[in-house]
Design a protein around this ligand. Structure first.
Ligand code: B12
Ligand code: SF4
Length: 437
């Protein structure tokens, strides 16, 4: 059971199809993605499994409580439950910490025999090449998503960013599936009876957190994907732009858009967020000595390299680090426009439970709310150092207002005749989302 508002969603998570694939044969599984469909609380089910990100936890707890009030047992897992198992345990009969691959069968047996434990903790990370069945995507209603084909080639990221839940969940590990297995799974997704017939059905979304972290692996994967004739998108860092050969292979294999975490233009932040050093053309401690304009120029070059290969860039920028004052934030908004990305997401720095950032801010007594619904990176949930919470919240709104004015959308969308539809779709949908915020 996923997490609430009905209509169409951008793309599905793989979590529940993965869980369904791990479920022993003979057990009927139904997936309800509450983002796109209503829940039937009277359905005759023996066990309900719920996944939720931190910002979805309050809604997930309500769902769990409603089922349990009807004597239906509930299991919770995922990032939030893994970081706060005691809290999740108040709403569930059992909590899973870590990856389901290692404990799900044991848990099902526990419930079948009437003697489930209240906690199932994976004691290691699973082997992606021998313990990962193909997700049962057919259990999702593909008509409910704009892009249906999500896939995962790797898990984890070793960059160690202090605010990142991936680092907190997986540690510094980076696991890779064999390129052959990934290509074979994509072929399966594109072939009957799995294939859809819509315009987007040869579009693949890699949900990996940093697909190109291991460049030699990424090279092999992209080479193997060239014969597939697909279009695909992924998340990566600016490092991809520095490797002309790898970027060329990405483009040849169908890469149309990369979501890049630029995070910050502010030199002290860049020095701390090691992932941007290279793109900023600086190394180690020298980064802090660069003017913001130099960082901006380096990012503009990186974006130019993506564009040269026909790859669009969705830039991600974070507001509210400890070195961000009102002036820096205003400059960041202007700089996000100046580096020519094709669309941008702004995020307020958020201390997700389990992260180093959370522990640091908690120790400094700077966390102002534990209403998890506000942990969606659109709300200020801590006391910033150099500006007031209200000023940070305003800056976030201002960033979207400036970035997504009709005039600016038009100049981005028509900057080149290639991929006009991609840019229009992402800019228009983000403008609508921003208006709701
Ligand atoms: C796809 C995705 C989305 C989609 C969601 C689409 C949808 N229809 O739901 C979109 C793009 C909309 C999205 C949005 C956001 N996301 Co998101 N998203 C992801 C992403 C990239 C992939 C999820 C996935 O499919 N994973 C693959 C499955 C197989 O892995 P898994 O979910 O970890 O599940 C495994 C285990 O965790 C465990 N498990 C998980 N759940 C359960 C449940 C049970 C019962 C059991 C037994 C086990 C179990 O077993 C599974 C198999 O091993 C993850 C990153 C990631 N690597 O997971 C981020 C991630 C989940 N998102 C995150 C965040 C922060 C957000 C946003 C707040 C970010 C933002 N600024 O926009 C928004 C919030 C959206 C909202 N609800 O308001 C964080 C969550 C951190 C946290 N502490 O909760 C993640 C981890 C990214 C990150 N780098 O930190 N997201
Ligand atoms: S580079 Fe991205 S995925 Fe990797 S640790 Fe940093 S924020 Fe997380």
């Amino acid at each position: 059971m996923g997490q609430t508002s009905h209509g169409k969603a951008g793309m599905p998570r793989l979590t529940l199809p993965a869980l369904a694939a791990l479920t022993p044969a003979g057990i009927d599984v139904q997936i309800v993605d509450c983002r796109v469909q209503p829940i039937d609380y009277d359905a005759p089910v023996d066990l309900v499994g719920i996944t939720a990100m931190t910002c979805e936890a309050p809604a997930a707890y309500q769902i769990a409580d409603t089922f349990r009030a009807r004597n239906v047992p509930v299991v919770m897992g995922g990032y939030h439950a893994s970081f706060l198992p005691e809290e999740a345990g108040l709403h569930a009969d059992a909590v899973v910490i870590g990856e389901a691959e290692l404990v799900w069968r044991d848990l099902i047996e526990g419930f079948r025999s009437g003697r489930p434990r209240s906690l199932y903790a994976a004691d290691r990370l699973c082997d992606l090449n021998s313990e990962l069945p193909v997700p049962r995507r057919a259990l999702l209603d593909r008509t409910k998503y704009f892009t249906f084909n999500t896939i995962q080639a790797t898990r984890g990221c070793s960059k160690g960013c202090s605010y990142c839940s991936i680092d907190a969940f997986f540690g510094p590990s980076f696991r890779k599936r064999s390129p052959e297995a990934v290509v074979s799974e994509i072929r399966g997704m594109l072939s009957p009876p799995n294939a859809g017939r819509g315009r987007m059905d040869r579009h693949i979304v890699f949900i990996d957190d940093n697909l190109t972290l291991d460049r030699s692996y990424a090279r092999q994967l992209f080479k193997a994907m060239i014969p597939l004739s697909i279009k695909w998108v992924c998340q990566a860092t600016t490092e991809l732009a520095e490797d002309a050969e790898l970027l060329g292979l990405a483009a040849r294999s169908g890469c149309m858009l990369v979501s890049v975490g630029f995070e910050s233009f502010n030199p002290p932040n860049v020095a701390r967020l090691r992932k941007n050093w290279a793109a900023a053309g600086v190394t180690g401690g020298q980064a802090a000595a660069q003017p913001l304009e130099a960082v901006c120029e380096a990012f503009r070059h990186a974006v130019g390299r993506f564009h040269k290969q026909g790859v669009c860039v969705l830039g991600n920028f974070m507001l509210g680090f400890d070195d961000d004052d009102p002036d820096v934030i205003a400059k960041t908004i202007r700089a996000s426009l100046a580096i020519n990305v094709d669309a941008a997401y702004f995020h307020i720095v958020t201390p997700m439970p389990g992260t180093k950032l959370h522990d640091d801010l908690a120790r400094e007594n700077r966390i102002t709310t534990r209403d998890w619904a506000q942990y969606d990176s659109g709300h200020v949930v801590f006391t910033p150092k150099l500006l007031s919470p209200a000023a940070l919240q305003d800056a976030f709104r201002q960033a979207y207002r400036e970035y997504y004015s009709i005039g600016r959308i038009a100049s981005r969308v028509f900057r080149s005749p290639r991929q006009v539809i991609t840019r229009l779709a992402i800019n228009w949908s983000t403008r609508r989302k921003a208006k709701r915020l």
